[in-house]
Design a binder for this molecule. Sequence first.
Ligand code: ADP
Ligand code: MG
Length: 229
Amino acid sequence: MIYSGEVINVEQVKRSFGTVDVLRGVDLTVQSGEMIALYGPSGSGKTTLLNLIGMLDRPTGGDILLQGLNILKMREGKRTKLRRKRIGFIFQNYTLMPTYTAAENIDLALRLPGMGFFERRRRSKTALEAVGLSAWADHLPDQLSGGQRQRVAIARALALHPPLILADEPTSGLDTRTAKRVMSLFHGIAKQQGTAFIIVSHDPVVTEFVDSAYDLIDGQVHLRKDKQG
Ligand code: ADP
Ligand code: MG
């Protein structure tokens, strides 16, 4: 499957928690094959925005389209189905199942949307190879280092071949060489499969690879003219 067209349209999205207006009218469009970096100070609402796009939360106002479908007009059951099929998460708190091996963790993420056994096995093997963890496939998360666990989470997102991958600090805990390898892998996948990436990160390695960068300031998202900024 090679994706094309607009993957995400965020239109005037607002999110408040009590009296705190975290997002105050966010507009953002991401095309297939596009990799964007999202910057912003701690507490500016980056994770809040990823949670809304990832259908883990609902905004107070505005619209969000995923491949042209309005995900806010859907019931939770439909959203869950769509999320499992179409969104890869690389989140710090989207943890691995502790009693499942690296390979089983990836397998589970592919089983949820109903993928068949042989396809799952093939994809999980390929994804673990891509992140350099073939030899660790049968290890449990607590037998892996923090960086290796992070790479399992990356492999799990990639194995799904979703149109959209949301990543919150995906290179944290990785050394520079591994971070470059991971970003170069993302770049290849974006360009070959049309996967869109939204990456929250302050890592200069990430900046090097993205197509464009946005700042989340005072509840709104602005395109950076110079992504190095
Ligand atoms: P960032 O990821 O940019 O550091 P967050 O999106 O995590 O920022 O948080 C933005 C603001 O929203 C913070 O002030 C945070 O306390 C608040 N916030 C986030 N989630 C919730 C929640 N579930 N309930 C109340 N406040 C929240
Ligand atoms: Mg955050």
